[in-house]
Design a protein around this ligand. Structure first.
Ligand code: MN
Length: 154
């Protein structure tokens, strides 16, 4: 029996590693997933950020790719200069305060008007990755509010 244990361990380890690799590859984009989101304190669950074009005074915009693990989402928040989301892959959620939850799919475009409270994230059972464009910089401040509760999130 003893000589089989290492083999069993190797099989189970490679199965787990394979599953994790599959989860990653399901959501890969041409831009890559980036690093753990440095704004993660304003999110529930694990998210990643890959900056694509940082804010400056030439283009007046900030563009990044945000990737959400299943169940991950932003807090409620608003952008004083608005925001545009371009969904690259996976399945997600978007909701404005007082509105219905919208399911997001690959190829969807979400135009978020200035000062509209909202949240965005993955579906409970799927990854989601979107490009985020902060428009109208430098007059675009983000205000972070309370987390999206389990009761609100579906
Ligand atoms: Mn937003």
């Amino acid at each position: 029996m003893r000589k089989f244990l290492p083999i069993l361990f190797l099989i189970s380890f490679s199965t787990i590693a394979g599953a994790q690799e599959m989860n990653k590859s399901e959501i890969d984009t041409i831009f890559g997933r980036g690093e753990p989101n440095p704004y993660g304190r304003f999110f529930t669950g694990q998210t990643y950020l890959k900056m694509l074009s940082a804010k400056d005074d030439v283009w007046n915009s900030s563009i990044g790719n945000v990737t959400f693990e299943p169940g991950a989402r932003t807090n409620w928040h608003k952008h004083s200069g608005g925001q545009i989301l371009l969904v690259l892959d996976g399945r997600g959620r978007y909701q404005e305060r007082g509105g219905e939850i919208r399911t997001l799919h690959k190829g969807d475009v979400v135009r978020i008007a200035p000062d509209v409270e909202h949240w965005h994230g993955a579906a409970p059972d799927a990854w989601m990755t979107h490009i985020s464009i902060e428009t109208n910089l430098p007059h675009n401040a983000s205000t972070w509010l309370e987390p999206v509760s389990e009761a609100e999130y579906k």
